[in-house]
Design a protein around this ligand. Sequence first.
Ligand code: MG
Length: 350
Amino acid sequence: MSWRDGQRPLDIQRGRVEMAHGAGGRAALQLVEELFLPALDNPALRALDDGAVLDMPAGQRLVVATDGHVVSPLFFLGGDIGCLAVHGTINDVAMMGAVPLALTASFVLEEGLPLADLQRIAQSMGQAAREAGVPVVAGDTKVVQRGKGDGVFIATTGVGALPAGRRLGAALLRPGDVLLLSGPIGQHGVAVLSQRQSLGFETDLRSDTAALHGLVASLLAAVPEGAVHALRDPTRGGVAAVLHEFARSSGVGIEIDEAALPVPPVVRAACELLGLEPLQLANEGRLVAAVEPAFADAALAALRRHPLGGEAVAIGRAVADEHRFVQMRMRLGGSRLVEWPAGEALPRIC
Ligand code: MG
């Protein structure tokens, strides 16, 4: 006898999420065993205990980061909410200089969501996790009534190991630090916006969503420990938000060059059409690094040697400025202040 006796297999092709799938009983276990486990499979998850036990490298500190994902629409060119939820949290752990070890995922599902969509999302998460070598070791599923959610929200938490003596942070910038950007900006923001029919804007631009821990490892290995002062992924709020966070946390000013900013033509066109600022668009596969000037060339070369940093550039530097202004030298001369995104322009972008 097993709990399955008399239970028909889940009809993933035609079925939908039901309230019972979040109730912790047989239906919930069936959803886990037939949909989530095959997609995310790994030994820790398979145990279906209340938590996962992880080995911690001796003498290292734990880094933990968490991120909720509410992107709309759920599927977009170059990705979906599933791989985004894996990449986004791996990247937050990696920006601390830590080696990501594992993720947890908490799903809030809306009653009526097609199981086929949920399977596609779970499989995308599994693929992203396998490619990154960072398994989803624990999870939770809750269901809310039809109309009380928007398909699926996914919160992921990541843990990583921080090597002894390593310290990175937005408060550590010093005047003179060179600011490196790992690639073109705005792709994720424009890829997601272009899927929202109401905007009447179409493009074949793909999201840049990617796990950046390999790029970070290459960068940190190429320079002495401590030469990279801060790393941050310019997601919501874009590069503009990162520069303001750096300036605010460390008490420096920032000067960047408009001519150095890699803005793809299609991103520029979308921004002109929609009245957006490329520096404020979300990216999901880029990083900004603040590097001690003596090691900036080596750091830039290391980024460029990596497949995810082939188009890396130096965009500016930190300067002594008690006002903590973020300024951009314009291509046609003069300079202007870079606005700190107010936040309401691009909801549900990640
Ligand atoms: Mg981040």
